[in-house]
Design a protein. Structure first.
Lengths: 250, 266
């Protein structure tokens, strides 16, 4: 069953050039989707549309078959509880003046979720392998990788069906990056992930399905296995050929 | 072969605390050496020390010989003469290296004039600028020479920065994360360009990066830094093919995991 659908979606800022043009995609429950493209491909605009933060110029965005309507508050509250996001920069996405407990609890409070907040926060922190005493500390006391874990804890605390992640490992070192991949892999058992990234190696580690974007259009979509083993579109072929790999040494 | 850059037992301190400890490396003409490490490993500080541009408050000890001149302890006016002749540097973000208010052709011309003045030569500046732009494969050089940096793509800006470095005709090129801000398809083009230029000009290259696969394809020898300390160094096939230090092994395994994912999807 699909969670979110984009049907014939186009988007332009004002009267400018279309930054998305005729995009069709579905995020299916239980199948992680990777949205891959380079600068200016429209990745971030798709993410904004998926989060309901922007409205398409034409076409439709639906959540469980119903159109996303910011005026329908009860519907949007259910949507926000079901769809959460993690952003690229763990330094700017956490409020430096709030303790971790308050940061992680924020979705529960703003969505009026009736639950034991302290227990939910402790559970979310445990899920991302942070110690319970992290709750009483501030963001500046943590490294970049730990901050990204806090952002992920905040995204999963409301037990969403879908977590959208925008370049979540780009700002991290290689060894930290691989640990976040392992964490996201373990979270995949309980929530669906949609990963927006320029890094095809990263999404390939986590996603069953891929969408390849170039200049606002989808040039190829399908299973990761098919696209990576036999890319059809010249742009996908170029993207894969350009991705540096560590040479094999005898 | 004489080394263009020799760093011996370099230690950099800030308020008494060591940020880089006992690092030694050398780069000869025609040699491509990688300096790899994660955030805070001291790779960029090592490069800044090599060109005598450490931030205020940091002190260096040990020895850095650049074109047979000692950098540590020398007056800035002596080291300044080496920058732009013995060594040129390109940085991660070309926008910060370029003047936003000056057309790109003029910026390259400035480097051409400066080098010609130092050499006591007279040059056809315009012809040399266009020649350099062709050399770094900038399209339609006559038109692009009149463009401002914001009118160019990220890849074009980095090519322009490389053209400015080449205008200095340095014997050693230091490239500090030169492709990190670029898309992968542009990155591949810029790496090929750097490889060609270094080979054809017989320059030495000190290539700084956190990205193992990029370093693996761009250099012959590599130095691995961790928290300011050198953990391993040697030919690329040895260090990445048979890593001796657990830290290097961890980096190689992480890089291989991403590579294998592209080869074998879920």
């Amino acid at each position: 069953m699909s969670l979110i659908d984009l049907a014939a979606v186009s988007f332009a800022y004002g009267r400018g050039r279309k930054v998305l043009d005729g995009v069709d995609l579905s995020i299916e429950a239980g199948r992680n989707l990777g949205i891959v493209g380079e600068s200016g491909s429209g990745k971030t605009t798709i993410l904004r549309l998926l989060l309901g933060l922007a409205q398409p110029t034409s076409g439709k965005v639906t959540f469980r078959g119903a159109p996303l309507d910011p005026r329908n508050r009860p519907f949007m509250r259910g949507f926000r509880r079901s769809v959460q996001a993690v952003f690229q920069d763990p330094y700017s996405s956490l409020d430096p003046r709030q303790k971790i407990a308050d940061i992680v609890a924020e979705p529960l409070r703003s969505l009026n979720v009736e639950t034991d907040i302290d227990a939910a926060v402790a559970g979310a922190l445990a899920s991302v392998d942070l110690p319970p005493d992290a709750a009483g500390r501030y963001p500046h006391e943590f490294s970049g990788g730990q901050r990204q874990r806090i952002a992920i804890a905040r995204a999963i605390v409301s037990e969403p069906e879908l977590v959208l992640a925008d370049e979540v490992v780009s700002a991290l070192d290689l060894t930290t990056r691989i640990r976040i991949v392992e964490l996201l892999k373990s979270l995949s058992a309980r929530t669906t992930l949609a990963l927006v990234s320029h890094d095809i190696g990263f999404v390939a580690l986590l996603c069953q399905d891929l969408v390849i974007l170039e200049k606002g259009r989808i040039v190829e979509q399908g299973t990761a296995r098919d696209i990576l083993s036999s890319p059809k579109h010249p742009y996908t072929q170029r993207l894969l050929a350009s991705t540096p790999r560590l040479p094999e040494f005898a | 072969m004489a080394d263009l850059l020799t760093i011996e037992n370099l230690t950099i301190r800030h308020v008494g605390r060591p940020l880089v400890s006992d690092v030694s490396l050398s780069v000869a003409a025609g040699e491509r050496v990688g300096l790899i490490g994660e955030s805070g490993s001291g790779k960029s500080l090592t490069a800044l020390a090599a060109i005598g541009l450490l931030p205020d408050g940091m002190t260096a000890s040990g020895s850095i010989r650049l074109s047979d001149r000692e950098v540590i302890g020398s007056a800035d006016r002596d080291v300044a003469g080496l920058r732009g002749t013995a060594v040129a540097t390109i940085f991660q973000e070309p926008l910060t290296a370029l003047d936003p208010l000056m057309r790109i052709g003029k910026q390259i011309a400035e480097a051409v004039r400066r080098r010609a003045h130092r050499d006591g030569r007279s040059v056809d500046v315009q012809a040399e600028v266009l020649g350099l732009m062709v050399r770094v494969a900038l399209p339609d050089p006559a038109r692009l020479a009149r463009a401002y940096p914001h009118e160019m793509s990220g890849g074009q800006r980095q090519r322009a920065a490389i053209a400015m470095a080449l205008a200095c005709r340095p014997s050693l090129l230091i490239a500090d994360e030169p492709t990190t801000a670029l898309d992968v398809t542009t990155q591949a083009e810029v790496l090929t360009l750097l490889e060609t230029l270094v080979r054809e000009e017989n320059m030495g290259l000190l290539f700084i990066s956190h990205d193992l696969p990029v370093v693996g394809t761009a250099v012959d020898r590599v130095v691995v830094l961790r928290a300011g300390e050198m953990v391993e160094q040697g030919p690329i096939a040895e260090v990445f093919g048979r890593p001796r230090h657990p830290y290097t092994l961890g980096l190689v395994e992480a890089a291989r995991a991403f590579d294998q994912a592209i080869g074998a999807a879920l």
